[in-house]
Ligand binder design. Structure first.
Ligand code: HEC
Length: 107
């Protein structure tokens, strides 16, 4: 049963990937608190938006743009470029979901 072996192998790889990918959003979010507040409820210094009012997708999109597009953002964009530089896309997705799930404020 060659197919069976291939599927089993793929399942092993998939489960190993899940474990090694495990970003810890709570630990990542601790780095954001100093500027965004402990519940992402503050306007960061020089910023204009309260991150807690954004959807998870808006946070992900914004963070990925700070990473990929040097022109993205307002006058304090460099603060955020420094923050996201060392985050993987998985980290960004995890921390955005974490913020949305725990702290979302309806606009
Ligand atoms: C040194 C202070 C600082 C830290 C630390 C920081 N931010 Fe920011 N953040 C800012 C500033 C200032 C802006 C507005 C930047 C601009 O002018 O584009 C901003 C913008 C953002 C935005 C865009 C929308 C908004 O809320 O203004 C998101 C989303 C965001 N930050 C999330 C995070 C996350 C997640 C972390 C932690 C990984 C983080 N920030 C860490 C200062 C900070």
């Amino acid at each position: 049963m060659k197919i069976g072996k291939i599927i089993f192998g793929a399942m092993l790889i998939a489960s190993a990937a899940t474990v090694s990918m495990a970003a810890e959003p709570e630990a990542i979010f601790k780095r954001c608190v100093v500027c965004h507040g402990k519940s992402a409820e503050k306007v960061p210094p020089g910023g204009v938006i309260v991150s807690a009012t954004l959807s998870a997708d808006e946070i992900k999109k914004s963070l990925k743009l700070y990473k990929s597009d040097k022109e993205h953002g307002g006058k304090m964009k460099v603060s955020m470029q420094t923050q996201v530089k060392n985050l993987s896309d998985e980290d960004i997705d995890a921390v955005a979901d974490y913020i949305f799930k725990n702290f979302h404020i309806a606009k």
